[in-house]
Design a protein around this ligand. Structure first.
Ligand code: DAH
Length: 340
């Protein structure tokens, strides 16, 4: 029995120390310990040479060895399976080949606007979409009973007149001025909301980019030159521009800027309502009341502001005639921008 015991112990330590570095090694192990002609079978044959009183002990030792070998095999088999399934799982950190998606046209145009104003020193400011009355209206020279509040149909939050979805990104101008002393040169892209019936020409939400430049001795000439620079970079040198006097409570004087219709070339179509011109932005010199409301010295500083709708610019640039296309997520529409 002693001799058999020694052999079993030796095999046990062999099994115990076994490590499979490859599937070939694991297969060799399986054949040796668990295969049809495995080494344990020969050893079991030894039972006839064992005295009866030791036969039981021998059986226990042999069973231990067999269980050990089976457990070892299972251990490396699962490791191997995990490894191969890891190889078939996608590696999300790899760079993308054949990218299927495309940027939304609104994002493409917004990024382009940010780039163009970046070239002339404007940085980007953002703020929240749920605003209080002060930042959306009052600070912008629109006190509670001001009739110009009706120019923008407002969504109030829980019907509370103090909280609303911002109707324009002018609220970001207020927040910026409250925290920054001039010189300020920044643009404010973002989503805005108005309680309007959805149609080809209107939506309950859309996107704006506003701009603000405040320093000493800023004049209307600076405003015009900045906006000329922008439209020429955005639409090309051929674009024709005109300013019309207008009214906004937060600017004085105020103007609107039109460009010649990029869809019909100025000859007249439904987009330009047969006029040949399309309004693309509102602008003006920041009203001194607004500067004072935001703790900026209106005697020392002056500035200009402007605001434009990104959807309008995108429609003109890509000849899109229905505003609803931007929010329907129809891939046949979106795919057309994959190269842009
Ligand atoms: N906030 C205006 C609107 O939503 C657009 C606008 C006009 C913004 C003139 C300005 C501005 O900053 O100076 O219709």
């Amino acid at each position: 029995m002693q001799a058999q015991k020694e052999i079993i112990e030796k095999l046990k330590s062999e099994v115990f120390e076994f490590r499979a570095n490859s599937s070939e090694e694991l297969e060799k192990f399986r054949i040796r310990f668990l295969g049809a002609k495995n080494i344990l079978k020969d050893l079991y044959g030894e039972i006839k040479n064992i005295p009866n009183e030791h036969k039981k002990d021998f059986g226990v030792l042999m069973n231990d060895l067999k269980q050990l070998a089976e457990a070892k095999f299972e251990e490396f088999k699962t490791l191997k399976e995990e490894k191969s399934s890891a190889q078939t799982k996608p590696d999300l950190s790899l760079p993308v080949e054949n990218f299927e998606g495309s940027r939304h046209p609104i994002s493409i145009v917004q990024n382009k606007i940010i780039d163009i104003f970046g070239e002339i020193g404007f940085d980007v400011s953002e703020a929240q979409e749920i605003e209080d009355d002060w930042h959306n209206f009052s600070a912008l020279n629109l006190p509670a009973d001001h009739p110009a509040r009706d120019m923008q149909d407002t969504f109030f939050v829980n019907q509370n007149p103090d909280w609303m979805l911002r109707t324009h990104t002018s609220s970001v101008q207020v927040r910026l001025m409250e925290h920054t002393q001039p010189p300020i040169r920044s643009i404010m892209p973002g989503r805005v909301y108005r309680n309007e019936t959805i149609s080809a020409r209107a939506h309950c939400y859309f996107h704006q980019v506003e701009g603000l430049y405040i320093a000493e001795k800023v004049s209307f000439v600076d405003l015009k030159q900045t906006l000329y620079y922008f439209v020429k970079r955005f639409f090309g040198d051929h674009v024709k521009v005109r300013f019309r006097p207008s009214y906004f409570p937060f600017t004085e004087p105020s103007a609107e800027m039109d460009i010649d219709c990029q869809i019909c070339g100025g000859s007249g179509c439904s987009v330009c309502k047969q006029s040949g011109w399309v309004e693309i932005l509102g602008c003006g010199m920041v009203h001194p009341n607004v500067l004072t409301n935001c703790k900026i010295d209106a005697e020392k500083y002056s500035g200009f502001a402007f605001g434009m709708g990104i959807e309008r610019l995108t429609m003109l640039k890509y000849q899109i005639n229905d505003l609803r296309l931007f929010s329907e997520n129809d891939v046949r529409f979106l795919r057309q921008f994959s190269g842009a």
